[in-house]
Design a protein around this ligand. Sequence first.
Ligand code: WTA
Length: 653
Amino acid sequence: MSQPTIESILQENRTFAPSAEFSEKATVKSFDEYKALYDRAAADPVVFWEELAKKELHWFSPWTEGLDWSNPPFAKWFVNGKINLSYNCLDRHLDSNGDKPAIIWEGEPGDSITITYRELHQQVCQFANVLKKMGVVKGDRVGIYMPMIPESAVAMLACARIGAVHGVVFGGFSADALRDRLVDAEAKVVITADGGWRKDVVVPLKPAVDAAIAKGQTKVETVIVTKRTAQDVTMESGRDHWWHELMATVDSDCPAAELDSEDNLFVLYTSGSTGKPKGVVHTTGGYNLYSHITCKWIFDLQEKDVFWCTADVGWITGHSYVLYGPLSNGATTVMYEGAPRPSNPGAFWDVIQKHKVSIFYTAPTAIRAFIKMGDEHPNARDLTSLRLLGTVGEPINPEAWMWYHKVIGAERCPIVDTWWQTETGGIMITPLPGAIATKPGSATLPFPGILADVVDMDGNSVPAGEGGYLAIRHPWPGMMRTVYGDDNRFRKTYWEHIAPVDGKYIYFAGDGARRDEDGYFWVMGRVDDVINVAGHRLGTMEIESALVSHPAVAEAAVVGKPDDLKGEEIVAFVTLEGTHTASDELMKELKKHVVKEIGAIARPGEIRFADALPKTRSGKIMRRLLRALAAGQEISGDTSTLEDISVLEKLRG
Ligand code: WTA
């Protein structure tokens, strides 16, 4: 190995095999079956994806070439094929499943609606006609800034139906963050709501749209407003229109446009650690196939399942697994407007009980919040409808995994720990729940057709047990196609970090990982967050997991602080479980605990107790800010994605 990568120090040996009963009914039933599928796909990935595309999706006309990779890193999948995602999500289910619930929606105040496939189809067709009436044509960008209500799904599907490119901006973002994204995407129309419910208060949305447009530079000509909270909003005549009024002026006949497989489907912004947000571009055919098949196999979708992915539609997880994946499969998807909140600590478990949710997919940050709220809340509900659990968004520390397994899954439900990114379009590394035994904290093995590896800077595989860069060696249908308006940034950010090997481009994801002797992947966190102690490069995840495995600790984030002697010293920010209080004793004990769990190399030099950690709105810890705090520096760079700015003030103390 020519470059030092990342040292791996965590040892986790527990293994959990799926029950015979689960495996028997699963789509992929055994490890051997997975292995055969994986090997066949790896031998010729393009043929593998072509077979699936033919079998799983409706095409208006077939493609002429499976993959065009003649101009890397710009891939084209199913070249010249004609397809429509909204058709695959709606029209093709009408005959067989028109009366099946497509969306079960639960509002935060407790209101709820069930929408069948037929009803959803009708609303989408109607709203697509509204968009056309407002002058939206194929290729136009449409901003969507909405709460988690069925209208967001309708808006997205309507864009997809006519080939307009949606750019969903999470409803919790500020007017400034919204404006940056609308400007970058050159959006012509914005769809919003008067407001939405979040943690017991009404979040005003329309005023933020007004403020974003007032700041100038957007190309927005039309704003469509749906009524959710019914508070007063200002409507600018000529520009602003009520959703319900427009819907009353159109009919519901709107055939799905025959779009090109490579027509842009959506742009979704991810914030890099610095600089302006990147508009990740996904196209139609490849994304449709990838979100569809990953959803089907990983969540083992069966006819009667009620699938609840708790992500907001403002994130990629909401795109792929609240909306497009489940609907393309004709499944029933749950949309929930609320967030975990202290005023109603049992809210999530109520939703599961009420709607008999069978598959539950959430994030480690939510799981840690549930742990802190107490077992009595899930224990007081009937969760026996659950048969499968999932997590996404961050490495899950084994402690939280075990809690999820025992308290929510009753030691009966497999857990799929799914590694992927906005850029990958769908899940990349994951257990197939009937086939692959899980280990707490590991995303296990790559999905068939995904040639994932852990490599050094030169693209050589690193040996088992050694840390390195998590990379993908072959294009896949769900991959992002470019950064909106910036091909160069796309090439630089994802394809040039690791040198192409023999002219073959390798996708680098930004994460560190290692594989164990069984080939299982252990994601160690973002490589930007790696800490260098006395020449040892340590991932943050493993030290944080060690801290969280102490009964007093609820959450932990570790960062490096410059140190003359060691290069960097480890500083740990720690929040405590309800009944524990900060003390020098506890600090000493925690340091000792890390040494016992991992070794002296990982001993934190400093431990700081905090009420809360700074997180992005999708729940990821912002270690960049903690690094600045630990080093006593001013915080610079973008903080607009921070969920709660007061957390930072408190930490600064
Ligand atoms: C992290 C979310 C470990 C990782 C779908 C990745 C994970 C980033 C996992 C992408 C997981 C996501 N285990 N780390 N199961 N899932 N990550 O774009 O660092 O919001 O690069 O997409 O989240 O975040 P994004």
